[in-house]
Ligand binder design. Structure first.
Ligand code: CMP
Length: 146
């Protein structure tokens, strides 16, 4: 089935790398239904990663995500949730290099925290994350802003 997922290009990604990732997303056959740059507030980042709030790396993760602008994308494609996760590779780049050498994280991530991209982990999370990040957007507001 055609699905939507939320993809995030995380802060501290160079302009050049961001453009490269956006191009690879399109070459892979995803449609970018919505795109915006935004700086997450602490509160939003905490909400976004609420399922990790008990993890030892939670505060570092929130700091990282608020450090600069994120590129927020709604991607649609057949099996988009799983397809985008495959394209990212595992969270830990050293693992990614072994198991998915062509993936974005294998090629570009710095470490397990600063791993450059995010993707929803399930269709359910995708709906929640899209609501949180793009909740104010509707087809109508998109038409009106052009
Ligand atoms: P993401 O796919 O956005 O989902 C949760 C994020 O937490 C993950 O990418 C990493 O940025 C971060 N993360 C996951 N595991 C660890 C870890 N063991 N140490 C530090 N950061 C982590």
């Amino acid at each position: 089935p055609t699905e939507c997922t939320l993809a995030v290009i995380k802060p501290d990604t160079s302009e050049e790398l961001r453009e490269k990732i956006l191009e690879e997303i399109q070459v892979a056959g995803f449609t970018i239904s919505q795109q915006k740059e935004m700086i997450l507030s602490n509160e939003m980042a905490e909400e976004f990663y609420t399922q990790h709030s008990d993890k030892p790396f939670f505060n570092q993760l929130v700091d990282y995500m608020c450090r600069g602008p994120c590129t927020m994308l709604i991607l649609s494609k057949e099996d988009a949730v799983q397809e985008w996760r495959m394209m990212m590779g595992p969270a830990d780049p050293s693992m990614a290099k072994e198991t998915a050498p062509g993936s974005l994280r294998a090629r570009f991530a710095k470490d397990i925290l600063e791993n450059i991209v995010h993707g929803s982990s399930s269709l359910h999370h995708a709906q929640e994350e899209i609501q949180l990040i793009f909740g104010g957007f509707s087809t109508k507001s998109q038409v009106m802003s052009t």
